[in-house]
Design a protein around this ligand. Structure first.
Ligand code: ATP
Length: 242
């Protein structure tokens, strides 16, 4: 079932069209990965879906309803939560307070502040610590917890592994099976192609604001993805992580 339907989406930063004519369907319960080089428009697309950045053209339907004009907090209420690139926690608030803000504007469901602490055990002892004092991994766990405690139908994860050690990234990604078990749809932006190939059901590749390749992960080769990623400009190959 199509949960999110995006048609002819255009999103601008001033005069720059960062997302150009994107059509995208997201199916309920899938893990969809968005890949592409730096500046391809992935974050801008995620922010437009979440309502943090208003699209200048096109439509976004969520569960059949047009959400294109809704502000971010109302999209959270309908079941769309973003874990933004750079985490963007409230730095002076504690872990618990960061979670509480989101729980208040979100939906009711299986996730609660207590169940977030059960899943992210490393946060328990940091419960009353200000977000600005947390390590990168603790901040990321808090950011994911903040999105989950709103009980989303779709969680948007934008480069959640950025700046984290491989062991912490493994811990962050260990949440995915739990999301699958609760039929939560996951849309993730990830630079690590190896990880994308391991965890996703479907991949879309963006280049210069457009979707240039999409398909089920099982049907795409690494070569196809890398070619689409660079638009055959092999001189930019060094930016791909194997
Ligand atoms: P990255 O992997 O580096 O995060 P990305 O694929 O997420 O890249 P975006 O961050 O969406 O790409 O950027 C798309 C384009 O929009 C780029 O050309 C970028 O320079 C530009 N851009 C992004 N944010 C802004 C901004 N706040 N103001 C002006 N231009 C921006």
């Amino acid at each position: 079932m199509t949960q999110l339907e995006i048609r002819n989406l255009e999103v601008c930063h001033g005069l720059l069209k960062a997302v150009r004519g994107v059509d995208l369907d997201v199916n309920a319960g899938e893990v969809l990965a968005i890949v592409g080089a730096n500046g391809a428009g992935k974050t801008t697309l995620m922010r437009a879906i979440a309502g943090s950045h208003r699209a200048s053209k096109g439509s976004i339907h969520f569960n059949g309803q047009d959400i294109g004009a809704l502000p971010a907090h109302q999209r959270v209420k309908r079941g769309l939560s973003l874990v933004p690139e750079g985490r963007r926690l409230f730095p002076k608030m504690t872990v618990q307070e960061n979670l509480a803000v989101s729980a208040q504007i979100g939906r009711s469901g299986n996730w609660s502040i207590d169940s977030i602490f059960e899943v992210f055990e490393n946060l328990v002892k940091r419960r009353h610590a200000k977000a600005e004092t947390l390590s990168g991994g603790e901040q990321q766990a808090t950011a994911i917890g903040r999105a989950l405690v709103a009980n989303p139908e779709i969680i948007l994860l934008d480069e959640v592994s950025l700046g984290l050690s491989p062991a912490i990234v493994d811990r962050v990604y260990s949440i995915l099976p739990k999301l699958r078990a609760t039929a939560t749809t996951v849309v993730l932006v990830e630079q690590d192609l190896g990880r994308v190939l391991k965890v996703s059901d479907r991949i879309i590749c963006m280049l210069e604001g457009q979707v240039v390749l999409q398909g089920p992960t099982a049907e795409l080769t690494r070569e196809q993805i890398v070619e689409a990623y660079f638009g055959l400009k092999t001189s930019r190959k060094e930016k791909v992580q194997p």
